[in-house]
Design a protein around this ligand. Sequence first.
Ligand SMILES: [Zn+2]
Length: 104
Amino acid sequence: MKLKTNDNVKILSGKDRGKTGKIIQVFSAEGKIVVEGVNKIKRHLKAKGQGQSQKGQVLELSAPIPASRVALICPKCSQPIRVGYKTEAGVKKRVCRKCKEYVD
Ligand SMILES: [Zn+2]
C-alpha cells in the first residue's frame, strides 16, 4: 500500500471523481481506503428502547473505496502523482515521480 493516513488524494473514478480529500483510514489487507467526505453512504439507525424513547437516525459516513481509484497529491508540487520509492540510508521513502521530492 502506497498510501497512508492523512495523505491528500484525488479521486480518479466513480461518483466522486475529481474530488480531493484526506485519507482517514487505510485497510492494507483489502487495498481499500476511507477518504474524508468521499463515497458517503447513509446508515439508518432504527428507533431503540422501550416505547422507542430513542428516535431513529440517519448517519452519513464515508465508505471505503479501492486505493486504485485515487492518486496521491504531492505536498510539494500539488499535483496528482504516481508514487515511487527511494532508499536512503536503508530507509525506504516515498518519492514523487514528477518533482522527485520526498513525499513523506
Ligand atoms: Zn511532486
